[in-house]
Design a binder for this molecule. Sequence first.
Ligand code: PLP
Length: 462
Amino acid sequence: MTNPRTRELIEKDKRHIWHPFTQMADWLKETPLIIERGEGCRLIDTEGNSYLDGVSSLWVTVHGHRVPGIDQAVREQLDRMAHSTFLGLSHPPAIELAERLTAIAPGGLTRVFYSDSGSTAVEIALKMAYQYWRQVEGPDTRRTGFGALGEAYHGDTIGSVSVGGIELFHATYKQLLFNAWRAPPPYCYRCPWGKSFPSCNLHCADEAARLIALRGPEMAAFIIEPLVQGAAGMITQPPGYLSRIAGACASQGVLLICDEVATGFGRTGTMFAVEQEDVRPDLMAVAKGLTGGYLPLAATLASETIFEGFLGSFSSRRTLFHGHSYTANPLACAAANANLELMKSERMIETSPSREAVLAGALEPVSALPHVGEVRRRGFMVGIELVADKSTRAEYPYGARMGHRVTLAARRRGAIIRPLGNVIVLMPPLGMTAEELRELVSITREAIQAVTEAGEFAEIGG
Ligand SMILES: *Cc1c(COP(=O)(O)O)cnc(C)c1O
């Protein structure tokens, strides 16, 4: 590193900033990248180095960076106003966006409640479901609990963590969390019953259905990440799994909340993941890709039935008591409108299969690597599970930080990626070209080989 400005920025960062999901003691020892610019699907640091954005800036970027149509829409909105409250007032970009969202959403989702992150969108869905049963005609006050999947991730606020199933977070915040009933995750590579698809006949879905049948009368809702459990390590659900869960919920009158925060907006190949199993949730949370990766905006979509459960006189107190200072921020809504318009005009969904084929082809040699246990993919969501021993599927120890080392090796070769434990995640923007997709996968392959076979970054651990 030579640039004195970079040095100064790093020094100030280390003096004042606390980064998310980061062991700051490590951060203080490392030399972080300071990203200054984006160009298409590349990020450029203060030293002028360019990197492929291999995880869509943490799963949010859709077309790329500095997309003229979205830039323009935000600028135009800026010339009108940056913000006005949504409590007691409305504004054009949010109204237009609600119309667009309900038009593309699965059938039956007619109402849009805005917030500003995936966590809040989930939090709101939980509150809606819980409150709905308390105040609907013929209330069912037994329904106070939630069902969810093991290894689920629904965000970092207390309610979202409560329905999440990642043990590390639960262990840390245990006494703050409410209880949730958990069904085993459909983790085929490490199936707890030692079965394999399709001969297993979706045994794991039957287990979940049994739980829903047993606890259904006490469940306000069941929440699920449809098709892919992202943060769990890109656990892809076998075909038919989601619809079986939806069927089990319907038969018990349990509301179904689909958390499409990661999967929404084309990430799995369709606009929303639920479409692939023809599932119609009662509530759906969206965020990440909503603004094309531009600004923080989220939405909880609800059915008319849920919405009507909140109607009544002022003194009935059926109001949803929830709202944020920046609910439905107009700049963010303008970005989202432009993003959705562009997805349509560029035929992003229709043209997905050809880019998916490029990705799938490029990944083939990765599966063959001696320390790659499995490559999982749904659309543009990819998980590459590293293993210490391919034949026994033995895991690398947590402290070895193999995933982290691979991301450092990839950075050295010109790509930004991020691991989830021993799983290397790739989630390229939908707008990435075939050539860039091949380059991203090839860098990733070289990085995996360098770390697992040649011992690059072996000094990192603990
Ligand atoms: C990222 C994510 C969230 C949380 O979204 P934030 O915007 O980070 O709060 C919730 N659910 C899923 C499935 C996610 O991937």
